[in-house]
Write a protein that binds this ligand. Structure first.
Ligand code: UDP
Length: 446
């Protein structure tokens, strides 16, 4: 059924130390206007998981800040059976341009999708009052748009995924979603190119995610804490415990084929000789019972483990698979935080990506990143300045060449890390994000 996630409000003033006075003034003006506008209305967010993945990550912090401004903002999570999530994962994969599995997005898939949401629609609709604003996140919740609109709510559908160049798979997924999404008044994408052509351009907004510097995922840690968190017992599921006197290259991701953990491991194994001898590889993801709406995680992790076992001993000695427990979210976040700070270079070799928080997070921490030039990552990183972009996400040799260049040049790493931090400060903090929402709400309500 439907569950509400309770988020403690956080005062927006917490951001003040990071922003220029102009930016603070601008934010306060928008917030004051939005508060007046939303008086007597609730802003609802609806998605399908409270933890694991970028959407949950972002909602935890953005809802907290919005609540801190005095806006009545709430967060609902819809549930579903494995069959429902198999269909939505298929949609998710296809919006990224790959089939994912052999299933179809046909009438049977539609029936499975509808059946799960039908049971929860009434519950959601009963909580929402006419005039409320509802933000539906991703394909899992698109099927609620029509009923909420009929209820008299202002409905926005926000899609966090996408592919720049549409193909047969994206077209199939958009064909499935079209009639579900069309009742929404406005749509939000992380990049304009992700939107199918039938989305009304007057009501299309491009709003990338943001990062919270004060969340346990990003807050400063002293070196002792970093060491303790990284070397905690039980984190490594394949390979030796993380070394203490070596450098690390890290990728953090959900266990999802589009993140291509396997490709990172392959590239590392194949080109090991091209990397300095003190460099280890760490691939870290959530313990797989953790992410409710991702049915493929366990299989992808199992494949990675098998692949690791098939590698020569000299590769296994220098590569480590890590599973971060998900039972305590703050603790999970602190471990990821520590891994990102502890690493010398961070990789994101995604084959497709709506927007990669796993790129923004190490950038904030001043880490140089090497990432595929796909989707939102192309906006996040300026190639050669705030990180390195790889034109072909499948090219393992290019990945290792970029890594080896950075690992051999401490000055360049430092400069790139500094530029990366500034890039996040200037473009990806909550003030920009909240202002964009406030602008949209003003247009919707006004
Ligand atoms: N993440 C985490 N623990 C893990 C793996 C990932 O907390 O073991 C977080 C990661 O730090 C980031 C989010 O999950 O905040 C992933 O977001 P991103 O936008 O990179 O990709 P998505 O998972 O949404 O496709």
């Amino acid at each position: 059924g439907v569950a509400e996630v309770i988020v403690q409000p956080v005062p927006l003033q917490r951001l003040d130390t990071l922003l220029t006075p102009d930016r603070i003034d601008r934010l306060e003006a928008y917030v004051a206007a939005a508060r007046r506008l939303l008086e007597g209305r609730v802003v609802w967010n609806v998605n399908s998981t409270a933890r694991g993945g970028g959407v949950a990550e972002m909602l935890h912090t953005l809802v907290a800040y919005a609540a801190g401004t005095g806006v009545d903002i709430r967060w609902l999570v819809v549930g579903g059976e494995p069959e429902f999530f198999a269909v939505t994962k298929r949609i998710h994969n296809r919006l990224h341009g790959v089939p994912g599995d052999a299933g179809r997005l046909d009438a049977t898939a539609r029936a499975t999708y509808d059946a799960t949401l039908a049971r929860q629609r009434e519950e959601v609709v009963a909580r929402v009052q006419p005039r409320d604003v509802v933000l539906l996140h991703d394909p899992q919740t698109a099927g609620l748009a029509r009923a909420l609109r009929e209820r008299g709510a202002l409905v926005v559908w926000r899609c966090h995924v996408g592919l720049d160049e549409h193909n047969e798979w994206t077209r199939e997924a958009w064909g499935f979603l079209r009639e579900l999404v069309e009742p929404a008044q406005a749509c939000i994408f992380s990049r304009e190119s992700f939107a199918p052509d039938w989305v009304d351009r007057r009501w299309l907004r491009v709003i990338p995610p943001s990062l919270d510097p004060f969340s346990p995922k990003n807050t400063d840690l002293d070196p002792g804490e970093v060491e303790a968190l990284v070397h905690r017992e039980g984190l490594v599921v394949e390979g030796a415990p993380l070394p203490t006197d070596r450098r690390a290259v890290l990728q953090v991701s959900r266990w999802d084929r589009l993140k291509d953990m396997a490709g990172v491991l392959d590239a590392f194994a194949e080109h090991l000789d091209e990397l300095p001898p003190d460099v280890h590889l760490v691939l870290a993801g959530p313990a797989t019972d953790g992410v409710a709406d991702d049915p493929e995680a366990a299989a992808v992790l199992a494949e990675c483990r098998e692949q690791w076992h098939s590698l020569p001993a000299q590769v296994r000695d220098r590569s480590h698979l890590v599973c971060v427990p998900m039972d305590d979210l703050d603790d999970n976040a602190r471990v990821v935080n520590a891994l990102q700070r502890w690493s010398t270079v961070v990789v994101q070799k995604s084959l497709a990506e709506g927007f990669g928080l796993t790129v923004t997070e190490p950038m904030w921490k001043g880490r140089p990143v090497v990432a595929s030039a796909v989707g939102g990552i192309r906006d996040q990183v300026e190639d050669g300045v705030s990180g390195v972009l790889l034109d072909d996400p499948r090219d393992g040799a290019a990945l290792v060449a970029a890594l080896s260049g950075l690992l051999g040049d401490a000055d360049r790493r430092r400069e790139m890390g500094r530029a990366a931090h500034l890039r996040v400060r200037d473009h990806y903090l909550a003030d920009r994000h909240l202002i964009q929402y406030a602008e949209l709400f003003a247009q919707l309500v006004g």
